[in-house]
Design a protein around this ligand. Sequence first.
Ligand SMILES: NC(=O)c1ccc[n+]([C@@H]2O[C@H](COP(=O)([O-])OP(=O)(O)OC[C@H]3O[C@@H](n4cnc5c(N)ncnc54)[C@H](O)[C@@H]3O)[C@@H](O)[C@H]2O)c1
Length: 214
Amino acid sequence: MGQDNKIPKVTAKRLPLYYRYFEKLHLMGKQRVSSAQLSKELLIDPATIRRDFSYLGELGKKGYGYNVSYLLHFLRDFLKQDEVTNVIIIGVGNLGTALLHYNFYKSRNTKIVAAFDTDPNKINKEMDGIPVYGMDSLEEVIKLFRVEVAILTVPVQVAQKITDEAIKAGVRGILNFTPSVLTVPSHVQVHNIDLTTELQTLVYFLKNYNDDNE
Ligand SMILES: NC(=O)c1ccc[n+]([C@@H]2O[C@H](COP(=O)([O-])OP(=O)(O)OC[C@H]3O[C@@H](n4cnc5c(N)ncnc54)[C@H](O)[C@@H]3O)[C@@H](O)[C@H]2O)c1
């Protein structure tokens, strides 16, 4: 754990909390935040926040507060050992919305950090606390959050194009809910989830294997 040895456990425990909040501030376009603001949002007293950050080095300036983007990067590197796989959802329609609501709460090592769509009524808003961006932010967000997995819930006709864009920006895994047969480079993995096929297989098994357990 290296440098963490110097940091009190109580501080180390709060770092993910700070990280998540800086992430949120960054997505909201905030560039800096004071310890008083942090204190109000996170319900931690300002002196504790200042002390916590003092263990991490000179990260704040008097009268300026903390630089959100800098701290986000700093904390991300610092928390590497707890790193979760960041995931995005592309296409916030019927299926994408359902998956956003679900947000994979059971999984501790994956996290949906953002969603994307082209519909102006859906973008630049939060859904279940997750920001929904226009497609022009795709590359930036994938790079910023080192997103590794994209869940694809877009119309079939745009699936390949969007896959190409996501891979170009750094995505290495695609959970494909569209019926499109995707072509990807060898370093990328695609998992297809096709409910129609699953249903047909079930019906087939019901018809052919329902008398006994052959
Ligand atoms: N695999 C399955 O079991 C299963 C089940 C249902 C749906 N689907 C598939 O999932 C996909 C989504 O289905 P749905 O019912 O949610 O559709 P939907 O029409 O409700 O949602 C599609 C969303 O994608 C957005 N979109 C359109 N073009 C886009 C683009 N170029 N970039 C980004 N976003 C774009 C739309 O604005 C919309 O919000 C479809 O391909 C559908 O065939 C699969």
